[in-house]
Design a protein around this ligand. Structure first.
Ligand code: ARG
Length: 596
């Protein structure tokens, strides 16, 4: 179904074309900045008047004369230098709302895109032999919500988890296992037996080994050589090195998949395309760039100097794709990945979700991929960046000993804290229910707090704030949903049955109309959120919706309403609940509970 904004945009643009006697001009219809001016405003007249060198107010009058919106709006009003203010008719709102409710496709009358694209979303990307830490939270959940929104709008989404599982770091992993091997009753050079879990290091241990070696390798040339040797052995396919690497990969990924399940993020084996996936394509990437005359040797390394990237002294910056010892780098793999995604997966768009510190890497990468002709003119390469998660001290969140905070521990604590609240508030619930609510609220709170912050800013991580029942938080939203469900329970309603024969809604009270008008804006909120890849547009919408519902519910009794009002109010309740649930669980992957 077309939204009011789309209908108005079309009609006003047509009237503008008629008035100005020329091609279509955008009417630029947006929600009104202040409700006292109406519901929407059209801002397009001023630009057209400037172009025609005519008086904007006069032009606005001419446009309004040619505008027929009687079935949608009260009569349009011209304001200021030439805005057109528009107020929806209650009847129009009522009919739209009913259509939303009766949408046979159960999509709240939100259309799929007419131009579906194939889109890779590259997100999460943890590294082998390390546990996911809080730094991976944002990429993982923002990436997942972008996928969910794109999918809902009808695009073909290919989720790609670009795991850090290749290169020098893997040499360190292999070497660190090899040097500790006797602790596991193995002889040096003996392969791991996967089944015997008592005889292999777990992820915690691997991470510790890895850290020890990476510190040592920095200061000790012999160790650095040994690590290098391991890297080469691994890259040549040496079987012992490979068995350790496979083990590290297996247990790291298992832990990641557990976390994705806990976070309700749709990422699994079939989305895993680690750096190693591209290992056999690297030679060709480098040789192709050399053949094209784009890559050159500089200090024995193979580099590309894309135009426009300079350091402070005005010298061109290199993107290094092969080191003097022959090793390939992060950028080489990323180039191979772009080539593969465009060439083999035939994508129209690639969206990378990483923190803002990788901005330069991606800018240079995109520039090189374009120079090499590996992407088509219309291929969109997009870097969706985000800021850091900070502690109370305003610095990146760390443990007391200065380590990265493990994501698992953070989530466990959120659930634990939510459990305490449930115990206090609802001691009578069964242990199962308490458990379920605590998990839903705890995990939801962490995710929602992240989504509701503008992604490009840093934010301070605060359990107290994110678990608060008041304010723009998951518990507030989840409670808003549960409250509506409790109305239905109390009334022992079969809403569908009660509303089955309703042909016309009865919207008269301001609070009813306000809520209704906001409900029909949901599609626009989703489109705005995806246009800029900003989930906070969606959380803001949901929060405002919950607030409007609150005003409505305080002013308009539902269960005790008169028969001429009751169906309308029930429908408002039901659609609010459906919209909140859809936004939270379908688009953000935050679960709701019927009772809290
Ligand atoms: N593993 C990388 C990191 O931890 C993230 C990977 C992002 N994706 C990519 N194609 N480079 O920073």
């Amino acid at each position: 179904m077309k939204s009011p904004i789309e209908i108005l945009e079309e009609k006003i643009s047509a009237a503008m074309a008629a008035a100005a006697g020329q091609r279509n001009y955008p009417a630029m219809v947006t929600p009104a900045t202040d409700a006292k001016f109406g519901d929407y405003q059209s801002n397009g007249i001023m630009a057209l008047a400037r172009e025609l060198k005519t008086n904007p107010r006069k032009l606005a009058e001419n446009v309004v004369k040619r505008l027929n919106v009687t079935d949608i709006c009260e009569s349009p009003e011209i304001a200021g230098p030439g805005f057109i203010n528009l107020k929806l008719k209650a009847d129009f709102v009522a009919n739209s709302l009913l259509a939303l409710y009766r949408d046979p496709e159960n999509r709240l009358a939100i259309d799929k895109t007419t131009v579906p694209k194939t889109i890779v979303v590259d997100f999460s990307g943890p590294n082998i032999a390390k546990q996911m830490h809080v730094g991976h939270l944002r990429s993982t959940i923002i990436g997942d919500s972008i996928c969910r929104m794109l999918e809902f709008l009808g695009h073909k989404v290919i989720r790609q988890n670009h795991i850090g599982d290749w290169g020098l770091q893997m040499g360190m992993v292999v070497y660190s296992i090899e040097t500790n091997i006797d602790k596991y009753f193995y002889k040096p050079g003996e392969r791991f037996v996967d089944q015997d879990l008592n005889r292999v290091p777990d992820l915690d241990t691997l991470e510790r080994y890895y850290k020890e070696i990476s510190v040592l390798a920095e200061h000790d040339a012999d160790i650095a050589d040994a690590v290098h040797d391991c890297t080469v052995r691994l890259q040549r396919g040496g079987s012992f090195a490979k068995s350790y690497w496979e083990h590290a990969q297996k247990i790291t990924l298992e832990a990641c998949y557990d976390l994705y399940r806990l976070l309700n993020v749709n990422l699994n084996e079939k989305h895993t395309r680690g750096e190693s996936f591209y290992k056999n394509m690297l030679v060709e990437v480098v040789s192709d760039l050399q053949k094209q005359g784009l890559a050159e040797k500089s200090d024995d390394a193979v580099c590309i100097f894309p135009e426009g990237f300079k350091n402070k002294d005005g010298q061109l910056l290199p993107l290094i794709i092969q080191k003097s010892d022959g090793a390939y780098l992060y950028a080489t793999t990323d180039l191979a990945a772009i080539r593969y995604r465009v060439g083999k997966l035939k994508v129209d768009r690639i969206i990378y979700v990483t923190d803002a510190r990788q901005k330069l890497h991606f800018e240079m990468l995109f520039a090189v991929a374009k120079m090499a002709g590996w992407v088509k003119d219309q291929t969109e390469l997009i870097h969706v960046t985000f800021g850091s998660v900070l502690g109370d001290n305003g610095k990146p969140l760390k443990t007391r000993t200065g380590e990265n905070v493990k994501l698992k521990e953070l989530l466990d604590e959120a659930v634990e804290r939510a459990k305490q609240t449930v115990e206090e508030k609802n001691p009578e619930l069964s242990p199962d229910k308490k458990e379920k609510i605590a998990k839903t609220v705890g995990i939801g709170a962490v995710k929602y707090a992240d989504f509701s912050n503008n992604r490009t800013s840093d934010y301070i991580f605060s359990f107290d704030k994110m678990l608060a029942m008041e304010g723009n938080t998951a518990p507030y939203m989840q409670y808003a949903y549960a409250r509506i469900k409790s109305i239905e329970r109390r009334g022992q309603l079969d809403i569908e049955k009660e509303l089955a024969d309703v042909a016309k809604l009865n919207l008269t009270e301001t609070a009813e109309l306000d809520l209704a008008k906001y409900l029909i804006r949901y599609g626009r909120a989703i489109n705005a959120a995806i246009a800029d890849y900003r989930p906070n547009y969606l959380t803001s919408y949901l929060y405002e919706l919950a607030q409007k519902f609150s005003v409505f519910y305080t002013n308009c009794p539902v269960l005790t309403a008169k028969p001429n009002k009751r169906p309308t109010r029930l429908l408002l309740c039901d659609l609010t609940a459906k919209t909140i649930k859809h936004g939270l669980s379908e688009l953000l992957g935050i679960e709701v509970v019927e009772q809290m």
